[in-house]
Write a protein that binds this ligand. Structure first.
Ligand code: PRX
Length: 649
């Protein structure tokens, strides 16, 4: 709560610096308002103009067909995402411009130009074609942050093959679940990836996931050699990337695809156990990420853009790969951890590559704050002109530190609110036009119509908190959940009728700036990673010694929120410190290290209402040692408390 209370009290305003506005794409609040109004009042005209900045093989006949909850954008148009992200730039005066400036964790570097990118993407697309892959087939990608990850995605996009990227921090179990849900025919991986000086055994994880015929759809595994570590090999199934592309033609024309052709599936956590396969299609998504990259980051020709997110999350999909490349921009890509070899690594990268726009998460900023100002002070950060944040609400103190210490007091900060499902940034104040308020994501982007409503869908007035919903379709919205359209309807379009339900709480103020207040469902945001508590609960109860579990998020100074798991054990199983550690590690192995609970609390019974619902609100109080409950740290039977609290629930 403290964070929300802070946000409520925050009153500082930072107008755009005049020198920034003077050169910005949108220079004043009036200009922003005019474009915003046009985007809502004359959507056909607005989106036609914007979309025609991309390359279309065949123009669309209709901008939008809306059949709630299904949208089709730029209907009848033919387009290819890889053509827009690669060929357009590789064939013009920017052919030798860097698409990627890559830094490996051990310090190795690569500069990949648009011309080279086109060659590599085309060759790899020919490899995929050679394996018999066709438009609509699915491929899973589980790789470290190397240019080949983007090359693999773009090669799929070139053919209309649908990729599903699995974050390199996920375990074998999580890979298996995703590969099977997507029924992927091919998995693309690497022998390993670097993280804090150690090798993450990516290929070994894929081998485990696929063992004993657990993923029957997979025909081939393509392995990129990154670390040179020893790996297992299955002759008929496995294929080295370098062998596969040797001698392959670099001529592979991009396939003209229907605007609504699926581009990718990205799994994300929901409030029930199974991850949701968010499906994005080609035309609308590309228009959304192209346009937000251009306007929210005020992107210009000579910018060096660094988004620190892993490509395994949506932020990397939209603002390392598709949005930035569609603009022909130069991206920095860093493989490793921020603290390796020390806390100066990021700032040395900013200095070395003269990064002008830095886009990162509040959790990273808070980690740096704890390390002190001496790390960034060692480096020249004067190339920076704009900063961005994403993933969770930023507390005003962290905002102010970011502004002063990293931005030297001269860089605007764009706080960008969006989701895997929205595809592109939805709320963010354009940096040259709208004053920034620390802790507020600001104003809606063009075409986005956010509302704050109560449970019944009634609009709330200024500063009255409520549910954040969106009451119009937008081009980059998810189209469905892969293979589960019913869940798509139920999750997003039924909780409050006729509007898209974000799952976030929010309020807006008298100026129309939005303040996000965190999830209102059972989704927890740990270090900007989205986790469903149900996912962690079902993992815990799959442990042979666990009877029941309830997982909640508790505020954490560094990670935003941290997981606390309440666990009841089976029969006569003894509670012990060892078992506690074992359960934490078990979650790490089953989902991924980032999902490990910060604390496990054993209890004899979980507090439940008379109708059997777990009283999460009470558990949250227990986990935060809420003084209203007295000292609960040694309380084993919290069902006693439950009886006292039941009236409240
Ligand atoms: O709760 C919101 C939070 O992150 C959720 C979306 O998570 P994910 O799909 O993993 O995408 C993260 C990156 C786009 C949202 O429902 N969130 C994201 N950005 C912000 C935020 N909360 C507050 N402020 C933000 N800027």
């Amino acid at each position: 709560m403290t964070q929300i209370e802070n946000v409520m009290r925050e009153g500082r305003v930072f107008p755009p610096p005049p020198e920034f506005s003077a050169r910005a794409r949108v220079k004043s609040i009036e200009e922003y308002q005019q474009l915003y109004r046009e985007s809502l009042d004359q959507p056909e005209q607005f989106w036609s103009r914007m979309a025609s900045e991309l390359h279309w093989f065949t123009p669309w006949q209709q901008v939008l067909v809306w059949n709630e909850p299904h949208a089709q954008w730029f209907v009848g148009g033919k387009i290819n995402a890889a053509y827009n992200c690669v060929d357009r730039h590789a064939e013009g005066p920017n052919a030798d411009k860097a698409a990627f400036l890559w830094e490996g964790e051990p310090g190795d570097t690569r500069r990949v130009t648009y011309r080279e990118l086109k060659t590599e993407v085309s060759k790899f697309a020919n490899v995929l074609k050679g394996l018999g892959l066709q438009a609509g087939d699915r491929v899973a990608i589980y790789m470290p942050l190397v240019p080949e990850l983007a090359i693999a995605m773009l090669a799929c996009a070139r053919l209309g093959v649908v990729h599903t990227v699995i974050f390199g921090g996920f375990s074998a179990e999580a890979i298996r679940e995703r590969v099977n849900d997507a029924r992927a025919r091919v998995v693309i991986t690497a022998d390993g990836g670097w993280r804090r000086g150690a090798i993450i055994p990516l290929k070994a994880n894929v081998d485990d996931a696929l063992a004993d015929g657990a993923c029957p759809s997979v025909e081939k595994v393509i392995v990129y050699r990154r670390c040179g570590n020893t790996i297992g090999w299955q002759e008929e199934r496995d294929l080295w990337w370098h062998d596969a592309i040797a001698g392959v033609s670099d001529d592979c024309p991009a396939v003209p695809l229907d605007s609504e052709h699926p581009l990718y599936i990205l799994y994300t956590s929901g409030s029930t156990g199974k991850p949701k396969g968010v499906l994005h299609t080609t035309g609308g998504y590309l228009v959304g990420v192209y346009l937000t990259s251009k306007y929210v980051f005020d992107l210009r020709e000579d910018d060096i853009f660094w988004c620190t997110a892993d490509i395994g999350w949506v932020t990397g999909h939209s603002y390392v790969v598709y949005g930035l490349l569609a603009n022909g921009a130069t991206n920095v890509m860093y493989e490793g951890a921020p603290q390796h070899p020390d806390f100066g690594r990021w700032w040395s990268i900013v200095e070395k590559y003269k990064v002008s726009i830095l886009y990162t998460a509040p959790t990273a900023i808070r980690t740096f704050i704890r390390q002190g100002e001496s790390w960034p002070a060692k480096y020249d950060l004067s190339s920076l002109r704009l900063l961005g944040t994403v993933g969770e609400p930023i507390n005003p103190e962290a905002w102010i530190w970011y502004h002063r210490v990293i931005g030297g007091g001269r860089c605007p900060i764009v706080d960008t609110w969006w989701q895997t499902e929205t595809g592109a940034i939805m709320i963010a104040s354009l940096p040259g036009a709208v004053p920034q308020k620390p802790g507020s994501a600001g104003r809606p982007f063009f075409g986005v119509s956010p509302k704050v409503v109560d449970r019944d869908g009634n609009p709330q007035g200024p500063n009255q908190g409520g549910f954040l919903v969106i009451d119009r379709p937008w081009p980059s919205m998810l189209r469905t959940l892969f293979g589960d359209d019913e869940r798509y309807r139920a999750q997003y379009w039924s909780q409050i009728p006729h509007v898209y339900f974000t799952g976030d709480g929010a309020r807006y103020d008298e100026d129309g700036d939005f303040w996000l207040m965190g999830r209102i469902d059972d989704v927890v945001n740990v270090s900007g990673h989205r986790l469903g508590t149900a996912e962690v609960e079902s993992t815990l109860v799959s442990h042979p010694l666990v009877a029941e579990s309830a997982v909640i998020g508790r505020p954490d100074e560094i990670t935003g929120e941290a997981l606390v798991a309440f666990v009841t054990l089976k029969g006569n199983v003894e509670k012990s410190a060892e078992l506690r550690l074992e359960l934490i590690e078990f979650v790490g192995e089953q989902i991924g290290k980032f999902a490990r609970p910060q604390e496990i609390r054993f209890t004899d019974a979980l507090p439940k209402t008379r109708s059997g619902k777990i009283m999460r609100r009470l558990l949250r109080k227990v986990a935060t040692n809420d003084p209203s409950l007295g000292d609960t740290t040694t309380l084993e039977d919290i069902s006693v408390l439950a009886r006292l609290q039941e009236e409240e629930e």
